[in-house]
Each structure stands twice: as structure tokens, then as C-alpha cells.
Unconditional design. Structure first.
Length: 493
């Protein structure tokens, strides 16, 4: 249900044709009349049953799949040499001065679904759909200023086979199950904020362990005057926490390969600017043309809300019934320590995901105007009153060793740290790892380093048959069947 907060629900008119090979017939997306409603009217309609959650999701699918053009504000506007930094959205050049796209630092697609379009890469041909992963060609180049395509930066020592790149190279993950992940993160953040309050009221020298849902994020040490030291955190925070508020540091951020974003809306705001040059009003302000392209209000709060609702209600991945070999593989997966980071299941306290605007990262209960029942979108209820989230992850960052480290100059997260990959759906989501360098599951396992090196070595020391069993188990973790198909209207006969 929605509260009585009443921002305007703005219609963005268009018709988007979409063909899904996995569906039995061609389908067409039809703009939904609810886009003309205010959020308050939508709330009343939901409470009366006149409007369903799927209708709100359908509006978000429209935002997710629409091909954006300059009419909606695509691009960074007129190029001005004085703008700085030149890699930031709003200031970027275009490739060869084409005036539209850049590709090597965003401005690289017209819709979200261009990069999230593969439901299964395990079939031939691939199964396409809405909200899936991307292949290598859909990787995003993030924040570079140089790419050593010719491998000649090392002229003193000769070519070394590495086309160096001083940015990030990111393979698009799927959206499936995002609501469960977000609810886990919000509850974990609330736990950490409570522990922070306890540490501030404790005696100097007190150590407060940061535990939530069985995941350990290091500890806080209380200093004089209620000041807490952030020097002993693990898998949370930033490369440099100096000068940052403890409240802002102790936020679980599960989205993005590096664990940078605390919610799917938070991710979507930056994605709109980075990939399309679209400026959300909640970032630049209403009636503000921040990039000078003559268009204000390029993405309204209402459009972002619809996109958020669609994103968090994508159905969760599924797990096949385990046969004897898969059951043995799961036991091996646990015995060699994989489940220490790839936790098979986590459980929420509530089944209701709060939707808020404006969001407050350290206070998930602030400004909530909607609650979404995750049981209604496919999560299994738990005796706690919450839901089971079988993500095979821990929402924490880990050092993965120099072999996987990026070479970003300005990223706030250490180059060798990545959020634990959530393995649900892993059968269908090749290529693997943050940049898609591993083309199969075994290659992904072998690339693990640093804190994961012990489990990697134990895997290598397994008998061949046991390695096969473990991978057979993982191949039982699948993406959902025909996700979001119910949101696309059948073509009239």
C-alpha cells in the first residue's frame, strides 16, 4: 500500500515494441493510463483494488525499455571545453565528435534493457528477455581517461600483453530478486546503525563487533567523548573513511560490482546520467536544465519511482530440485568454504520492502511511502515473518587479489575489492566475474585470489569427480522462467 504523499505522476508518452523469443507470441507494450495519475490517487486506487501492483510495475517497465532520444534529453548537451571534470556526466565529449555517443565512458545505450537483455546464456540461441544480464559486448567502460589498445605504455620493457585501462570494466548483472537483496541490505544497515549508537554511548576502549545476519563487518572502537574509530572495518565503507560521518560509512551497499549503491533507485539515478545523459530531477532539481541541452525535467521523481518499483519486483532466480550428484556437490561447496561468502540463504525480518523518497541511506525507515510484499513477487515466506532470500552471497566486499584488481584512478572503493557475486541464477549468466573475463564456471573459480584463495586451492585439490559434482550443483541455480512476461500485453488478434 502507498501513503498519502502526493508527488505528481508524470506521463512520458511512447509506444515500445518488444519481441521476446521465449514467448509463444509477439507482444506489444501499451502505455498505462496510471501514468497520468498523481501518486496520491494511485495510492487510493491501490487500496481500493482498482490498480494492481503489476500496473505500477508495467509503468516501470516502460521506463526500463524505452529507447531514449534527444527529445527526452539524451546526451550531455552542447560541448563546452571549460567543463570539468571532462569524464563526469554532463561534461563528456562524444566519440569522434559524433554529437551523440561516447561508449568508452557512458553514453553507450538508449535503454536499460539494451544491457540487461539476456535471461539465459546457457541455451543456444540465448534466451532473451527483460531485466537479464549482458554479454561481453554490453560491458560498460567506467571512468577511464586512457586505454592502451596498442600495448605500448611499457616501452622501456617492451609490450607485456596487457592493454592497460585506467578505469573500470563492468559486465551487467541481472535485476532478478533485487527486492529481496535490497530488503536484506536495509535491515543490515539498520542493525549497524543501532550498533553505532551503542558504541557511541559506551565507555572509552569498548569494542563493538559489527554483526548482522551472520555477516561480520569488523568492529568499532569507542574513543573519548563518544567518538568511534572506523579503522577496523571489514568489507564496508570506502577506501578512505577520513572525514566521513560514521552513519554514512556504515551503510550496506549491495548494488554495483564494487558495492557502491545502497538501493536500486540509487543505482538507477547514476545509471540514467552515466549511460544516457538523462538528468533525474531528484539530482539536479525540478525545472533545471543542468546540461544545457534545452530540456529540463528529463526524468521526474515519478518516473524514477516507477523504475524503482519495476526493478525491486523482478522475480527471484530459482533452484532446481537437487539430484544425488547435486546434493553431493552442495556438501562439497560447503566443506571447502565457498559458503562462507556465498551464503546459500539469508532471511529478512519483514516481508515488506519499504520504498522511500527522498531516500536516506543510513535510515531505511525515513520518508517511506510504499511497502511492497515480497511474497507477492515470488519470495518464500519465512517463520520469522520475513522471506527467504537464497542469494548465495553476503552483501559484503572482499579483496580478490591482484589478478582481478582494476586500475581505476578515482574509485572510492579499493581496486581489488568486489561485492560477493550472488550465485543464484549462475547457470544462465555467463560470462562471469566483474568484467566477464571468465567464460565458464570453472574459470571463475580458478580466478579467485586473496581471501578466496584457500577455497580455490581446495577446489583444485578435489578429485575430478568431486569438481564435476560441485559445478553440477551450481548449474542447478537458474534464472526465472519468462521473467516480466506478464507485464507485456498480448497483441490483439
Amino acid at each position: 500500500m502507498l501513503s498519502n504523499i502526493r508527488p505528481t505522476w508524470v506521463c512520458i508518452p511512447f509506444v515500445c515494441l518488444l519481441t521476446l523469443p521465449a514467448m509463444p507470441q509477439s507482444r506489444v507494450f501499451v502505455p498505462d493510463p496510471l501514468l497520468h495519475m498523481t501518486l496520491g490517487d494511485l495510492s487510493d486506487s491501490l487500496n481500493s483494488g482498482a490498480v494492481s501492483l503489476n500496473q505500477v510495475r508495467r509503468a516501470g517497465l516502460e521506463v526500463f525499455t524505452r529507447p531514449l532520444t534527444t527529445v527526452q534529453g539524451y546526451g550531455d548537451g552542447p560541448f563546452r571545453p571549460s567543463e570539468s571534470p571532462p569524464t563526469a556526466p554532463g561534461n563528456r565529449p562524444t566519440l569522434q565528435g559524433n554529437g551523440t555517443s561516447l561508449r568508452v565512458n557512458g553514453l553507450d545505450a538508449q535503454s536499460c534493457n539494451e544491457c540487461h537483455s539476456i535471461v539465459s546464456h546457457d541455451t543456444v540461441p540465448p534466451k532473451l528477455g527483460i531485466g537479464g544480464v549482458g554479454g561481453l559486448a554490453q560491458n560498460a567502460f567506467i571512468g577511464p581517461t586512457q586505454v592502451d589498445v596498442s600495448d605500448d605504455w611499457h616501452t622501456a620493457s617492451g609490450r607485456d600483453g596487457s592493454a592497460d585501462f585506467n578505469g573500470r570494466f563492468s559486465n551487467p548483472p541481472f535485476l532478478f530478486g533485487g527486492g529481496g537483496v535490497e530488503l536484506l541490505a536495509k535491515e543490515m544497515t539498520a542493525d549497524l546503525q543501532d550498533l553505532l549508537k551503542q558504541a557511541r554511548s559506551a565507555s572509552p576502549g569498548t569494542i563493538t563487533a559489527l554483526h548482522s545476519k551472520g555477516v561480520h563487518f569488523g568492529f568499532l572502537r569507542t574513543e573519548e567523548g563518544g567518538v568511534v574509530s572506523l579503522d577496523h572495518l571489514d568489507g564496508i565503507g570506502f577506501k578512505d573513511n577520513d572525514g566521513k560521518r560514521a552513519e554514512d560509512v556504515l551503510v550496506v551497499r549491495p548494488f554495483g560490482r564494487k558495492g557502491e549503491k545502497f538501493s536500486m533507485r540509487d543505482f538507477g539515478r547514476d545509471a540514467m546520467a552515466f549511460h544516457f545523459g538523462i538528468q533525474p530531477t531528484e539530482v539536479v532539481g525540478r525545472n533545471t536544465d543542468g546540461d544545457g541541452d534545452g530540456i529540463a525535467n528529463e526524468m521526474s521523481e515519478a518516473a524514477m519511482t516507477a523504475l524503482q518499483v519495476f526493478s525491486v519486483t523482478n522475480p527471484p532466480p530459482i533452484m532446481e530440485t537437487m539430484d544425488q550428484e547435486a546434493d553431493a556437490g552442495f556438501r562439497i561447496f560447503t566443506e571447502i568454504g565457498c559458503s562462507g561468502c556465498h551464503r546459500p540463504v539469508m532471511t529478512t525480518r519483514s516481508r515488506y520492502l519499504p520504498i522511500a523518497h527522498p531516500e536516506v541511506p543510513h535510515d531505511p525507515s525515513a520518508n517511506v511511502y510504499a511497502l511492497i510484499d515480497l511474497v507477492d513477487v515470488g519470495f518464500a515466506p519465512a517463520p520469522t515473518g520475513g522471506v527467504y532470500v537464497p542469494l548465495f552471497g553476503d552483501l559484503k566486499r572482499h579483496a580478490m587479489g591482484p589478478g582481478l584488481a582494476e586500475n581505476s584512478l578515482h574509485d572510492p572503493i579499493p581496486n581489488d575489492e568486489f561485492t560477493t557475486a550472488r550465485l543464484w541464477g549462475v547457470r544462465d549468466t555467463a560470462p562471469y566475474l566483474h568484467d566477464g573475463r571468465a567464460l565458464d564456471i570453472r574459470s571463475a573459480i580458478l580466478a579467485h585470489g586473496d581471501k578466496a584463495a584457500k577455497s580455490r586451492d581446495l577446489f583444485l585439490n578435489l578429485k575430478q569427480q568431486d569438481q564435476v559434482r560441485l559445478i553440477h550443483f551450481l548449474r542447478g541455480l537458474r534464472t526465472p522462467d519468462d521473467p516480466n512476461a506478464e507485464l507485456v500485453e498480448p497483441v490483439a488478434e
